[in-house]
Write a protein that binds this ligand. Structure first.
Ligand SMILES: *[C@@H]1O[C@H](CO)[C@@H](O)[C@H](O)[C@H]1NC(C)=O
Ligand SMILES: *[C@@H]1O[C@H](CO)[C@@H](O)[C@H](O)[C@H]1NC(C)=O
Ligand SMILES: *[C@@H]1O[C@H](CO)[C@@H](O)[C@H](O)[C@H]1NC(C)=O
Length: 502
């Protein structure tokens, strides 16, 4: 009797069915591209092309099933490719029924909707392998959308969306999500309202959907988290951008900062610098990032991860400071003991933003740097020292190149060479290591932390702390590799729509 009670307590949640862990799979796919995406093709030709990618999906789903995968995620654009125009993508479009309005299993009921070969194939892949499948494909919807009270419509009379679809292990279409934050995608429309889409699973509870550039914005990403969704699915076609926005670096940072699990599947394309996928929980990371010279091929990642219970109001809560042995400082005490921030600081552009930097010295110590009233402080002690130059940078302002988003960032970076003007440029290898405490005082509670070391290896920060005054502290010691970037990446979403004030 006692044993039974224990058993139930261990393997089921209060709602009764969810286990305490599940097996996630993500597939980094080297998408087979249409060599001429701007030239329209017939439906038949589009299907011939997409079948090549779907054949790879079929193989990978079988391999994933052998490893006990419960849910398998494929990347953005993984079936059709990219760089279509609004009209040249026509042959690739299917009209995806809204699973909130209709229950449909395309594999067992293929005749219900015409022109749905891709949906049918994906549904059968899920059903045959008995796993949930998340894939990305283009959706065509007639105007007006039933869900849109404004009845708005693009000039050519149709909606075209970059779309995630989810199939249950029976093959039923259970979720459809239209990408909110497009990144130079001429063929697609932004939905008239942000879609906050989740689905429930028997093995892992609730999951939320987003796509690529969405991860940098409030909707749908932060809205999902604030509604208590702890497991997010992230198909992407991410062009890597060191030193702050490499794929796995930001995937790790987001998962830690939001305290969620992120199932991230990137496409692989060396010419477009796309690689980096992973299964990230707040406690662990299983990831892949191709190195220069690796053969250009797909990669399946599988990991057993804990079910994260829904936690309403999670991101809104601030941790109270815990007792800790560092002699971290307050805003006031730091300004007392740190050098005058203006004396040795200089401006250098990092990721197109004018960061204020100060150089680290050979001795170690304390440094402070400010961008306006936003300040960052570093305490550091070298544990291995190469000939490399490092700098502490701060930036507070609106990023406006390739997207508008407001930032507050503290970052320790390895400069590209021994010249201070190279600080902020891209580097992927380093030898120097340090123990450090990095702190910033943010005007936002949305701060995403990461430590990236040589050759695209992520380290789990040893200690993180957030306090109510906006202070965020990251402490790390015993680095395994040379430091590329240690970063607290703050997003001041509330300022995204304000005009730049200089
Ligand atoms: C797609 O467009 C990007 C820029 O938007 C360009 O760099 C790239 O070469 C194009 N890719 C293909 C496959 O045509
Ligand atoms: C599918 O297309 C065929 C041929 O155009 C048509 O006869 C049929 O009614 C269509 N079925 C549905 C469900 O729209
Ligand atoms: C993060 O999530 C874990 C697991 O759900 C939980 O134990 C922990 O308290 C959360 N941390 C914060 C800061 O909310």
């Amino acid at each position: 009797m006692l044993f039974l009670v224990f058993f139930v307590g261990l393997f089921s949640s209060p709602t009764g069915t969810v286990a305490d862990s599940y097996v996630a799979g993500v597939f980094e796919h080297r998408v087979i591209l249409n060599p001429d995406p701007r030239v329209p093709v017939t439906r038949y030709e589009a299907l011939q092309h997409m079948t090549k990618n779907l054949d790879v999906y079929e193989e990978q789903a079988a391999l994933a099933a052998q490893q006990g995968v419960d849910i398998l995620v494929f990347p953005e654009d993984g079936i059709h490719g990219f760089n279509f125009t609004r009209s040249s993508i026509s042959g690739y479009l299917e009209t995806i029924p809204d699973p909130q309005r209709e229950t449909w299993n395309p594999c067992t009921e293929p005749g219900r909707h015409n022109n749905t070969e891709v949906l049918q194939r994906l549904s059968c892949i899920a059903r045959r392998n008995k796993l949930y499948v998340v894939a990305n494909m283009p959706d065509l919807q007639p105007c007006p959308l039933p869900s849109d009270p404004s009845s708005s419509c693009p000039p050519d009379g149709r909606w075209q969306f970059n779309t995630n679809v989810v199939f249950s292990s029976e093959g039923q279409l259970v979720a459809r999500y239209h990408k909110q934050n497009l990144y130079f995608e001429d063929s697609f429309d932004t939905p008239p309202q942000p879609e906050i889409i989740t689905f429930d699973t028997p093995f892992g509870g609730k999951f939320g959907l987003m796509i690529c550039f969405d991860i940098l914005f409030r909707d749908p990403t932060v809205t999902l988290v604030e509604r208590g969704v702890r497991q997010l699915i992230f198909p992407t076609a991410w062009m890597n951008a060191l030193p702050l926005l490499d794929s796995i670096q930001f995937q790790r940072a987001f998962s830690l900062g939001a305290n969620v699990t992120l199932l991230a599947a990137n496409t692989r394309n060396d010419r477009l610098i796309m690689t980096g996928s992973g299964i990230f929980t707040p406690f662990s990371a299983t990831y892949h990032h191709a190195q220069e010279g690796d053969s250009e091929e797909g990669k399946l990642l599988v990991a057993r991860v804990p079910v994260l219970e829904e936690m309403p109001g999670l991101a809104a809560e601030v941790q109270s400071p815990s007792v800790m042995a560092t002699d971290h400082c307050t805003k006031e005490s730091c300004s007392d003991r740190s050098p005058d921030p203006t004396s040795s600081s200089f401006i250098s552009y990092m990721m197109h933003d004018p960061f204020t930097f100060v150089l680290l010295n050979k001795m170690g110590g304390n440094l402070k740097v400010c961008s306006g009233t936003f300040c960052c402080v570093l305490q550091y002690k070298w544990t291995a020292q190469g000939k490399e130059l490092y700098a502490l940078g701060a930036f507070s302002g609106l990023h406006t190149v390739n997207g508008r988003y407001s930032l507050q960032v503290c970052a320790v970076v390895r400069c590209a060479n021994e010249d201070a003007s190279s600080c902020g440029q891209e580097v992927a290898e380093a030898e120097s290591k340090m123990d450090f405490v990095l702190e910033g005082w943010f005007d936002t509670k949305y701060v995403y932390p990461s430590v990236l070391v040589s050759r695209m290896v992520l380290e789990q920060p040893e200690y993180l702390e957030k306090t109510e005054d906006g202070r965020v502290l990251m402490k790390h010691a015993n680095m395994g590799g040379g430091l590329i970037t240690a970063c607290l990446y703050g997003r001041t979403y509330q300022l995204d729509n304000e005009r730049t004030v200089l």
